[in-house]
Design a binder for this molecule. Structure first.
Ligand SMILES: Nc1nc2c(ncn2[C@@H]2O[C@H](COP(=O)(O)OP(=O)(O)OP(=O)(O)O)[C@@H](O)[C@H]2O)c(=O)[nH]1
Ligand SMILES: [Mg+2]
Length: 355
């Protein structure tokens, strides 16, 4: 299939946010690549307030229109989560190409990745809830879009675009989810007496790698965003007589769409019922502070108030100055490299403290 050509548009309110906006755009570019898109150009636009009709001003719209024509772009992705129906409509009409939000892109990745029945239901639910406000009557808005990124449901399906069908489908999916949640809570009950540890963190931090190493089971690991969409629980002996249930979880990302967090509630609940969370951090990422904050905020958002230990992974990639800075900033932190299998005993010792 031909790769869709994508233009990215980031927005900054004040000049001192420039680096954050640049980082956010580079992350968005990774997200777009993960969906199979090809980023042909990107703009960072200074904007004190968002225009209710067109997000950005007409001068910038004209610039983007010209760029889209020059590059034969298929879509423009704005680095914001919530684009209003009227804004989608106006901008699409003006540019005559597809308009997507950061949220649309993340949901698209989740749809491509979902493999378990539960993940598929959760993703489709999030997608339909995300799309519903944009659709009037018989899928007017989406019919303009054609196919590709933002229109694909889980498992190669095409997303429903008829408003009445969507509402019916949402109802059905909610019912299925309830049944799955029931099974989950029964399973949880049977594990009530076990010591439970969840590995949580920013996407691509190495969570599945750590759980694989500790449990000696091979989980799906890949150097891309959102490799894991299901939480897997494994029995792990941290010493001869001490056993914990270790759970690998879905990664977090900045501005994780609220519709997704809501739909994945039952998956994130595995964190909620843990005795300890290992917050895994990629220490080779210079932007680690923001990643930590994102994860801390999301943990609070889902209501986790228990014990958290910070584990900085990928020390083999990190520069020593940065590691030194981190160790001063987080004196209690544990450092490891899952790849080189160093620091893993320290992680086990932290877990042992639970007994
Ligand atoms: N160099 C290095 N790479 C690592 C280390 N740990 C994990 N990786 C790599 O980092 C990438 C992401 O690893 P995963 O285990 O899939 O990360 P994850 O946190 O589960 O990611 P998501 O499921 O996408 O949220 C893979 O390419 C791993 O091989 C490490 O200690 N050092
Ligand atoms: Mg993973």
């Amino acid at each position: 299939m031909k790769k869709e050509k994508i233009i990215l548009v980031g927005l900054i309110g004040t000049s001192n946010e420039k680096t954050a906006a640049e980082y956010s755009i580079s992350e968005l570019s990774e997200l777009v690549k993960t969906t199979g898109g090809d980023v042909v150009s990107s703009f960072i636009i200074k904007k004190m307030s968002i225009d209710p009709a067109h997000i950005i001003g007409s001068g910038w719209l004209e610039t983007i229109k010209k760029e889209a024509e020059d590059k034969s772009a298929d879509a423009v992705v704005f680095d914001i989560n919530n684009i209003k129906a009227v804004q989608y409509n106006n901008i699409e009409k003006y540019l005559d190409i597809k308009v997507l939000s950061r949220c649309d892109v993340i949901l698209d990745i989740f749809a491509l990745r979902a493999s378990s029945a539960e993940a598929k239901i959760q993703v489709e639910l999030a997608q339909l809830n995300n799309m519903l406000p944009r659709i009037r009557g018989k899928g007017m808005v989406l019919s303009r879009l054609g196919g590709g990124i933002g229109t694909r449901g889980p498992g190669e399906t095409k997303l429903e675009t008829d408003r009445r069908h969507i509402q019916r489908k949402i109802h059905k999916l909610n019912e299925s989810l309830k049944a799955i949640e029931k099974t989950r809570s029964l399973k949880r009950k049977s594990r009530e007496n076990a010591v439970k540890v969840a590995v949580a963190g920013y996407t691509n931090a190495g969570k599945s790698s750590l759980v694989s190493l500790l449990s000696k089971k091979n989980l799906f690991i890949e150097n891309r965003l959102f490799a894991t969409l299901d939480s897997f629980t494994r029995e792990v002996y941290i010493s001869d007589d001490r056993k914990v249930l270790l759970t690998d979880t879905v990664g977090f990302i900045r501005n994780l769409p609220a519709t997704l967090v809501k739909a994945f509630r039952s998956t994130f609940e595995e964190i909620l019922f843990s005795d300890m969370v290992i917050h895994l951090i990629d220490s080779s990422n210079p932007n680690y502070s923001e990643c930590i904050k994102t994860v801390d905020d999301e943990l609070a958002e889902i209501g986790y108030t228990g014990k958290v230990i910070k584990v900085f992974n990928k020390t083999d990639l990190a520069d020593s100055e940065l590691l030194h800075k981190i160790s001063l900033e987080f004196p209690d932190a544990v450092f490891c490299s899952v790849k080189e299998k160093t620091g893993i005993d320290a992680v086990k010792t932290m877990i042992s403290a639970l007994f």
